[in-house]
Design a protein around this ligand. Structure first.
Ligand SMILES: Nc1ncnc2c1ncn2[C@@H]1O[C@H](COP(=O)(O)OP(=O)(O)OP(=O)(O)O)[C@@H](O)[C@H]1O
Ligand SMILES: [Mg+2]
Length: 408
């Protein structure tokens, strides 16, 4: 990889610092380029988690360069013990002669599995999302199948690409859904934090934006997720407005490029305030598909509770079906919080008495008393926009939801 490409990757990492997949990629490239110190520096964020062995390998290289042989050996041994694919003959030659640092290879051993499989287990997929069946199906049709079966779309003369804008009340799974969309097909997932980009110096934001799209193209298939898309269209002072316009146009150039070139890069956006989204962003080929992410219905609430109760010690008295009936208008985040509250009660008891006990119905009842649904305020506000600003039918699915839920 050229130095320029590597620099672009590192720049992308600066806007998307939590992207471990990208970070691991950067560390591998830095190691290939024999930039040991840089590799170690970029890998510190990977020390906990699935990429830990890679971070250890980078440590080993940096320690060797610093002349600390024992530290290098120890780090290298741990690295290859955890992940045999990291075996590095060149590095071994530099470490002590005659000492085999390799782990004896036993076929079928756990750490012989390819790295992709390991990723599979940690990835978020549609299975981690309770309910939302109709939404999942729409995303399959407009994002997943086009990436997986481009030839079929081509045969029907259908252009793929273009963005999908998710909107809805806070905590109802927009970000979660976007991440799972990428996970569903093993695509790389990039989160673009708009507020961070907008706070950069004039000119710098455009560069970062371009770097991110470039990386996404290089590592396609990818999904770029842009949270708070409304920030691009928010009313600003004249000065800021000039720089925002520049970013919006850079963004449009990138997005249009992705569509024209069939880049296998999909753009997902999310917002709580779709009415503030710049209309230029909603033209064909851009965020032309707009989907409402509603608060979960009863079935979805039960599934969400079930997902969040996994791995917790629940007593038989807990009936998730009953709880789902008592949590109307709760968001996914509210439900996750409810489970936390109930669990905390059992935990507090265990700490006080030294006796472990399961989470019971009573814990959930108490947790319910302390909880309020957080979506109502948003839904009421949304009602106004639907009444006065739905000329183009953008909010039809929201409108239908509000009718059904009798929100006025
Ligand atoms: N359908 C769901 N299934 C399982 N968990 C969910 C679901 N919806 C929401 N959650 C839980 O709620 C949390 C918040 O969801 P998420 O961050 O995706 O909401 P959001 O719509 O992006 O909210 P915001 O508008 O505040 O960004 C998730 O981390 C997850 O734990
Ligand atoms: Mg979100």
């Amino acid at each position: 990889m050229s130095n320029d490409n590597l620099a672009a990757l590192i720049a992308a990492l600066e806007i998307s610092p939590d992207n471990d997949v990208l970070r691991a990629h950067v560390v591998r490239e830095l190691l290939k380029a024999r930039r040991w110190k840089d590799a170690q520096e970029q890998s510190t964020a990977l020390r906990v988690g699935q990429h830990r062995p890679l971070a250890l390998l980078a440590d080993a290289r940096a320690s060797l360069e610093a002349g600390d042989l024992p530290a290098a050996r120890s780090a290298y041994t741990q690295a290859v013990q955890a992940d045999r694919s990291l075996i590095d003959e060149d590095l071994e030659a530099h470490l002590e002669e005659g000492v085999s640092l390799r782990v004896p290879s036993t076929p079928g051993q756990k750490n012989e599995e390819p790295a992709v499989d390991n990723d599979n287990r940690l990835r978020t997929t549609f299975a981690d999302i309770g309910g939302m069946e109709a939404l999942k199906e729409k995303i399959r049709l407009s994002i997943l199948y086009p990436l997986q079966k481009p030839e079929i779309y081509a045969a029907y003369g259908k252009k793929i690409g273009g963005g999908l804008l998710l909107y809805g009340p806070p905590g109802c799974g927009k970000t979660h859904l976007a991440r799972a969309t990428a996970g569903e097909i093993g695509a790389n997932f990039y989160i673009l934090s708009l507020n961070e980009v907008l706070s950069m110096w004039l000119g710098e934001s455009e560069k970062q934006l371009a770097a991110l799209f470039k990386t996404a193209r290089q590592t396609a298939p990818s999904v770029i997720f842009i949270d708070e898309v409304d920030a691009l269209g928010a009313k600003r002072s004249d000065f800021q407005n000039a720089s925002t316009r520049a970013i919006v146009s850079q963004f449009l150039v990138e997005m249009d490029g992705v569509v024209t070139n069939n880049d296998k890069v999909m753009v997902l956006g999310a917002t709580n305030m779709p009415w503030n989204v710049d209309s230029a962003l909603r033209r064909p080929g851009r965020f032309d598909k707009v989907l409402f992410v509603p608060p979960p219905d009863k079935t979805a609430r039960e599934q969400i509770l079930d997902i969040h109760c996994k791995g917790r010690k629940l007593d038989n008295s807990v009936r998730l079906a009953d709880l789902s009936g008592k949590t109307e208008h709760f968001s996914g985040a509210d439900l996750a919080h409810l489970v936390e509250l109930a669990t905390e009660r059992a935990l507090a008891d265990a700490l006080r008495t030294g006796q472990m006990r399961d989470v019971t119905h009573v814990d959930f009842q108490a947790a319910l008393k302390e909880s309020r649904p957080s979506t109502m305020e948003w839904l009421r506000r949304a009602k106004n926009y639907v009444n006065f600003a739905n000329q183009d039918g953008m909010y039809d699915d929201l409108d239908a939801y509000l009718e059904k839920a009798r929100i006025r």
